[in-house]
Design a protein around this ligand. Structure first.
Ligand SMILES: N[C@@H](CCC(=O)N[C@@H](CS)C(=O)NCC(=O)O)C(=O)O
Length: 79
């Protein structure tokens, strides 16, 4: 499962979500508007920044929208 931490209106998050839609990659979205989700993000990644991707299948976790788009593009090519 791919989890994407997002924030409403974040253009970098929108970029990743759009790429996912085009590639047929689904994310479970977690919005940091919820204080518990924000706490979870900071525990995992170490800082308050979105988007943040967690790939449960591989253990890969990353910030940076461009890196996330590259990662999911590679995943889509594999499938
Ligand atoms: N270079 C980063 C920029 C990400 C970024 O600036 N995200 C903003 C939201 S658009 C952020 O997380 N700011 C802290 C916050 O909103 O709490 C990327 O491309 O993902």
């Amino acid at each position: 499962m791919l989890t994407l931490y997002v924030k409403t209106g974040c253009p970098f998050c929108i970029k990743v979500l759009e790429a996912g839609r085009k590639l047929g990659i689904a994310f479970e979205e977690k919005n940091i508007a919820d204080a518990k989700i924000l706490e979870e993000l900071i525990e995992k990644g170490g800082k308050q920044q979105v988007p943040y991707l967690v790939d449960d299948a591989t253990g890969v976790e990353m910030y940076e929208s461009e890196d996330i788009v590259c990662y999911v593009t590679k995943l889509a090519k594999k499938s």
